[in-house]
Design a binder for this molecule. Structure first.
Ligand code: GLN
Length: 293
């Protein structure tokens, strides 16, 4: 009989072994997880694993991979284990002090980019930047479009400021075009009229819904980045209050949770804003709110 070592020292065998282990551990998408773990550690594309399927993994790699599998089996998110993820095609370094960028959030970037066609001198204020993923994607895409732009990204957490700065730098965003600053948005008393766009994916999950989220989220991701510990509306209300008092024009792109759409709609009516729209994602769910004032 083959020894345990021999059974998984080829890439293809380790993939099979890892997927089976993860499946037994009730981790969803076990095969995908196994591929992501292996490609993450080998710094290659998932596809390359199959091209190099007979490659022999050294003992050092096997030990490292076993450690990662153990963490994943305890439900630690893969993005935290690998300390990175990909957002809108850009590499984002991560740590467990910041929210994990979601693919859903790419929609806000896409809608923003289709809105700025034909516009120039774009000045964006990003509220709650977390890992900095939205600002990185927006900056890089605006550079590709050769647009003149400036981004100010804020967050209440020191860890987020540190991480967002690293991500902007690692993605070679021109330093002259952005500023990342620690600011508690909920305590802000006015908006800087230098800016003409506001983008945000704020913590919008109502606390009573937060309690029912997966353990993987509750146990590992920072609570403050997901919920305001109230009805999920704190950030929207603050933005609307500041805009209500302000004499200047802004275009807002905000990510929303489907469950709070109706509440946001009644808030918008309460403040008397007229020019607004909700956008659906590919699952037919309303996930982005655009407002022009
Ligand atoms: N802007 C970041 C993201 O979308 C962080 C969001 C947050 O912390 N709520 O991933």
């Amino acid at each position: 009989m083959k020894s345990d070592k021999n059974e998984k020292d080829k890439v293809i065998d380790f993939l099979k072994y890892a997927a089976e282990l993860l499946q037994k551990g009730k981790i969803s998408d076990p095969k995908l997880n196994a591929e992501l773990i292996l490609s993450g550690i080998l710094s290659c594309k998932r596809f390359d694993l199959y091209i190099n399927k007979d490659l022999i993994l050294g003992r050092e790699y096997i030990n490292k991979l076993e450690g990662i599998l153990e963490r994943r089996l305890r439900s630690e998110p893969l993005q935290y284990i690998l300390e990175k993820t990909c957002f809108y095609g850009y590499d984002i370094l991560l740590n467990d002090k910041v929210f994990i960028p979601r693919q859903d959030t790419e929609l806000i970037v896409e809608l923003f980019l289709s809105d700025i066609k034909g516009k120039d001198d774009i000045k964006i204020y990003e509220v709650g930047t977390g890992s900095g993923c939205i600002s990185v994607a927006v900056a890089k895409e605006l550079e590709k479009l050769q647009k003149k732009y400036y981004i100010k990204a804020i967050d209440v957490s020191d860890d987020s400021i540190k991480t967002a700065k690293i991500n902007m730098k690692n993605n070679n965003v021109n330093e002259k075009n952005y500023d990342i600053e620690k600011i508690d948005f909920l305590k802000l008393t006015s908006l800087d009229n230098f800016f003409n766009f506001i983008i945000s994916n704020p913590p919008y999950v109502p606390f009573d819904e937060y309690l029912f989220l997966d353990d993987e989220v509750k146990r590992y991701e920072p609570l403050y980045s997901i919920t305001d510990k109230k009805d999920g509306l704190s950030f929207y209300i603050k933005i609307f209050e500041l805009l209500f008092d302000c004499q200047y024009n802004f275009i807002l792109f905000l990510e929303i949770g489907e469950s709070i759409k109706a509440k946001i709609e009644s808030l918008v009516k309460y403040y008397g804003f007229k020019n607004y729209n909700f956008f659906k994602d590919c699952n037919n769910k309303f996930r982005v709110f655009k407002l022009e004032v």
